[in-house]
Design a protein around this ligand. Structure first.
Ligand code: HEC
Ligand code: HEC
Ligand code: HEC
Ligand code: HEC
Ligand code: HEC
Ligand code: HEC
Length: 267
């Protein structure tokens, strides 16, 4: 009885908040991007007033091969669109995109038009090719509700994709990393809201430690005050959830039972 009343309270609360949040914050956090474009970043920071067209960086064509950490910690890509400030000389120097686009790991940076289409019709061609490739990949990976509509965690867990975490001769291997797989429970500030348990084990494979510590999260449980409004505006969990990882529409993946597999099984 008590249980069902709580459940009712929970859903009422959720309904009200979903309504409120979607009305007031229905921007990119409540991702409306198509599944094959979710996580795409139009890089146009440095190319303005230049003869080259903006570059579309697609997360899905890279996160099926590499960890987030490799790019965002070791190769120093900013976790903010336009934040890295890449120029052509960097890439030629073997930094950023050039760390891999060297003709060995991936096509060479001299193939300008593969990143900078010359005109709109070349851009449409690249987009169409990417779309076709996306649906080929999606077919062999487990499905999810939102975002790329790919369950990336299960894809990695079941070996359907194998993530590379270092580039020999360029970055240090991380196998000796001290791994924190603990769960960090939070007592939600709102009564009736189901507890949130942040699961390290679901994050460390992709994100290592440096993508979240020391910024935006202090290395002490409960130290960082977080609200849903800040998350929707792209802070804390919302830095990745709503841009690259599953979007915020999926309330119940965070606001639900404990998020670890082990605890989900207990009755
Ligand atoms: C692997 C993808 C890739 C390839 C290939 C590539 N670029 Fe770029 N290029 C980028 C990215 C990313 C940026 C930064 C875009 C931004 O943030 O505005 C950039 C920026 C530029 C800029 C603007 C900044 C600056 O240095 O003035 C020019 C010009 C440029 N590229 C020319 C070229 C030329 C010429 C080639 C071929 C010889 C080429 N690029 C090949 C990815 C690529
Ligand atoms: C191959 C390299 C690479 C990989 C792998 C990668 N990213 Fe990125 N990421 C980038 C680049 C490049 C940008 C754009 C940076 C810029 O514009 O300066 C970016 C941007 C972002 C942003 C900012 C988005 C925005 O809209 O402001 C976030 C958040 C992010 N990545 C998270 C992730 C997560 C989470 C993963 C793993 C699931 C990941 N990235 C994997 C290269 C990568
Ligand atoms: C960690 C290695 C790595 C980094 C860093 C990296 N790439 Fe790639 N990229 C690859 C690999 C591997 C492929 C697939 C093989 C190929 O197409 O040669 C690929 C494919 C691509 C493609 C073709 C598929 C698509 O998405 O349309 C583009 C375009 C591309 N990369 C752009 C970029 C840009 C722009 C950057 C930098 C902002 C970048 N890559 C950084 C490894 C990397
Ligand atoms: C995706 C983001 C993310 C990643 C990646 C991550 N953490 Fe955390 N970490 C958190 C959050 C969220 C908390 C809880 C913060 C809070 O409660 O204020 C936390 C808390 C902690 C704490 C404090 C625990 C306590 O009891 O005080 C430590 C220590 C920690 N993390 C270590 C690590 C290490 C080591 C790694 C890499 C193996 C790592 N974290 C990777 C997000 C992350
Ligand atoms: C990526 C994880 C994540 C997703 C997805 C998510 N939330 Fe949250 N939410 C949080 C965290 C973390 C907090 C902060 C909890 C605390 O410390 O009080 C929070 C707090 C809240 C609160 C408490 C009031 C406040 O502003 O802090 C409400 C209400 C809420 N979320 C509603 C929602 C709704 C509705 C959705 C779906 C549209 C949603 N959340 C999706 C992580 C998430
Ligand atoms: C640095 C980027 C990043 C940050 C910050 C981050 N996450 Fe995640 N999270 C990911 C990625 C990547 C995945 C893998 C699944 C995906 O890409 O959709 C993931 C997966 C999850 C899952 C597992 C979903 C499942 O299918 O089992 C939950 C739950 C989750 N995150 C909650 C949170 C909460 C709560 C916070 C804030 C306290 C947070 N995340 C912060 C990147 C991040």
């Amino acid at each position: 009885m008590k249980h069902s009343r709580n459940t009712l309270l929970f859903f009422t609360l959720f309904f009200i908040s979903v309504l409120g949040f979607t009305l007031f914050f229905s921007d990119k956090a409540m991702a409306v991007a198509k599944s094959h474009e979710y996580g795409d970043i139009e890089m146009s920071h440095a190319v303005q007033n230049k003869s080259v067209m903006p570059v579309t960086f697609r997360h899905w064509t890279h996160r099926d091969k590499y960890t987030c950490r490799l790019c965002h910690v070791d190769l120093e890509f900013a976790q903010k669109a336009g934040g890295t400030g890449i120029v052509e000389a960097d890439n030629r120097d073997g930094r950023y995109c050039g760390a891999c686009h060297n003709g060995k790991l991936a096509f060479e940076v001299t193939l300008c038009a593969r990143c900078h289409p010359k005109n709109q019709s070349e851009k449409n061609e690249l987009d169409l090719k990417a779309k076709e490739d996306f649906f080929k990949l999606k077919k062999i990976l487990p499905p999810a509700r939102y975002g790329n509509k790919i369950d990336w965690i299960t894809a990695e867990n079941t070996g359907k994709i194998k993530l590379i975490d270092s580039l020999p001769g360029i970055t240090m291997p991380q196998q000796n990393m001290v791994v924190n797989r603990r769960d960090e429970p939070r007592t939600p500030s709102l009564p009736g809201l189901p507890g949130i348990i942040f699961s390290h084990s679901k994050h460390v494979i992709w994100s290592g430690c440096g993508m979240c510590h020391p910024e935006p999260y202090a290395l002490e449980a409960g130290k960082t005050a977080v609200t849903m409004k800040e998350i929707i505006s792209g802070k804390y969990c919302g830095r990745c959830h709503g841009t690259v990882a599953f979007p915020l529409n999926d309330c119940s993946l965070c606001h639900s039972k404990p998020v670890t597999l082990k605890e989900e099984k207990t009755p």
